[in-house]
Ligand binder design. Structure first.
Ligand code: GLN
Length: 246
């Protein structure tokens, strides 16, 4: 089923990684409105992180919510549930169109949705990241863990929170590995699409979101937002990110 948000954007959509909205026929996207797919999962923490960085988060639960967004975050949660809800809400087709034309950050279940192949699922994935992902490949909930990951674009380590995380089993030729846990890829980028096995939104460390917004989505954040903390640190004056972990 087509939706209003899917139509209208049509043929001239910007390519991933290219700032949206330079001179569209309509008002064009507001560079500081970024969507968070909010059907299920830890969308609230992503929304608060975006807010802290000076961006207006838009909860996306229905096709019209995609209109005018500069980028989108697909949170962690349960990928099977999210895929079923995408079908039930009519978001599937407009979202497929959106992620082919705009910067997208997917964390954990979000990565599973973006991947070309994530194994058996009730619905096909969105397929915009040329990676093969294995769900729950670190084990069950009890095997969830935190450990430092190396994030090349940040030039250092970042606290990796892995919750029933997927593993990236293979990476296509056009895909750059941006984060590693030991030798293993845990973060990838293909054009404007970024997928992470871990949860930066649960750490209070803003650097990965900031990198995605500034360097991938090419958005200009307000100058007065807080300076990124050191590895794992919560910086002074940063608004605490409230709400329990999923
Ligand atoms: N195990 C979940 C899934 O398969 C992902 C977990 C998460 O997003 N933290 O969808």
């Amino acid at each position: 089923m087509r939706s209003a948000a899917g139509d209208g954007a049509a043929a001239d959509e910007p390519r991933p990684g290219v700032p949206a909205g330079a001179g569209g026929p309509e008002a064009g996207p507001d560079p500081l409105r970024v969507g968070v797919l909010s059907l299920q999962g830890d969308f609230e923490r992503h929304a608060r992180t975006l807010e802290t960085l000076g961006v207006e988060p838009v909860r996306v639960t229905a096709p019209p919510d995609l209109a005018g967004l500069a980028a989108l975050v697909i949170p962690g949660g349960e990928s099977t549930t999210m895929l079923r809800l995408l079908a039930a809400t009519g978001l599937r087709a407009p979202l497929e169109s959106f992620v082919r034309g705009h910067p997208v950050l997917g964390t954990c279940a979000g990565l599973i949705l973006l991947a070309r192949d994530s194994g058996p699922l009730p619905e096909p994935t969105l397929g915009v990241l040329d990676v093969v992902v294995e769900r729950n490949a670190y084990g069950r909930q009890i095997d969830s863990f935190s450990d430092a990951v190396e994030v090349a674009p940040l030039g250092g380590s970042f606290p990796g929170v892995f919750i029933r995380a997927p593993r990236i089993r293979s990476v296509g030729a056009g895909v750059t590995v941006v984060a590693r846990h030991g030798p293993e890829p845990v973060g990838v980028r293909q054009g404007g699409v970024v997928g992470l096995c871990f949860h930066p939104e649960l750490t209070g460390d803003l650097r990965l979101h900031r990198w995605f917004l500034e360097e991938v989505a090419l958005l200009s954040l307000p100058a007065d937002e807080p300076v990124g903390p050191g590895p794992g640190g919560r910086e002074p004056g940063e608004r605490p990110v409230a709400g329990g972990a999923r």
